[in-house]
Design a protein around this ligand. Structure first.
Ligand SMILES: CCCc1ccc(-c2ccc(S(=O)(=O)CCO)cc2)cc1[C@H]1C[C@H]1c1ccccn1
Length: 240
């Protein structure tokens, strides 16, 4: 995969996106507004427009007990699970298998009235990252999704408007070993999740409609996805 045409871009976008995900909300600077809160989940957005279109950057942080970062990234990356948790998905195709940790997807999402239907074409890369802060702590895991092109699927040919996105899911496992030296169980682990996304809706869509969609869909997506991972892993050995 290292000689693949996408490799240089993957390397630079992953580094940039992980650095961005690691930047706390406070350090990010002004303009972030908390727009959704549910238990441990906090969702922030910044209102930004490009050519009159809302492209609000989003940053969500969540802590989920009983699962690891590897497990969260495994279920987020794997195409075989996506229809189970991505409620807005209408059609998903793997256009290219670059390597076992890098795929190219084409997805059409359900139409959101009155905006026209959208599709998105992106590479998706999963990677384990060394834990810089705590050398003997568990590694970090990330999945980065970044819009790309494909000769056979030019944008805006059919009924769908092509959207452009950059997504980073960054996961840090936390282990609190049991006092009495007993073996680790899922009661001793949790996962700190940072989800960052910037979506350019591609064609014109009313900013008010897009913002209402994001406000409704993003909290639902993160809650549903993390609940899915808890449910899929609860009776399985821990995947660190
Ligand atoms: C006009 C823009 C519509 C729109 C653009 C983009 C996306 C979207 C695509 C991919 C990803 S992901 O994180 O890469 C997971 C893989 O699917 C997240 C979000 C969804 C919507 C629509 C359906 C709405 C939505 C928004 C947020 C979360 C889920 N669905």
């Amino acid at each position: 995969a290292c000689q693949h045409r996408l490799w240089p871009e993957i390397e630079s976008v992953v580094k940039q996106q992980v650095a961005w995900a690691r930047t706390g909300i406070g350090e990010c600077g002004q303009g972030w507004q908390l727009f959704a809160e549910d238990g441990e989940m906090r969702m922030y957005r910044r209102e930004e427009e490009v050519d009159g279109m809302a492209v609000d950057p989003l940053k969500a942080v969540h802590t989920v007990p009983g699962i690891t970062g590897h497990e969260v990234c495994h279920y987020f990356f794997g195409p075989q699970y996506r229809y189970d948790w991505e409620t807005t998905l209408e059609q998903m195709t793997v256009l290219e298998t670059v390597s076992d940790d890098t795929l190219v997807f084409l997805q059409t999402h359900k139409r959101i009235w009155p905006a026209s239907q959208r599709d998105v074409l992106f590479w998706s890369h999963m990677r384990k990252l060394p834990n810089e802060n705590d050398r003997d702590g568990p590694d970090l895991w990330t999945v980065v999704n970044n819009s790309t092109t494909h000769l056979d699927y030019p944008p805006n040919v059919g009924k769908c408007v092509r959207i452009y996105l950059k997504v980073c899911l960054l996961c840090q496992t936390r282990v609190d070993p049991p006092k009495d030296g007993a073996p680790l169980t899922r009661d001793n682990i949790s996962c700190k999740i940072t989800y960052c996304s910037v979506v350019n809706p591609g064609g014109w869509a009313p900013a008010s409609v897009l913002r209402a969609v994001y406000k409704r869909e993003y909290p639902k997506f993160l809650k549903r996805f993390t609940a899915y991972v808890v449910n899929q892993t609860k009776n399985k050995p821990i995947m660190f």
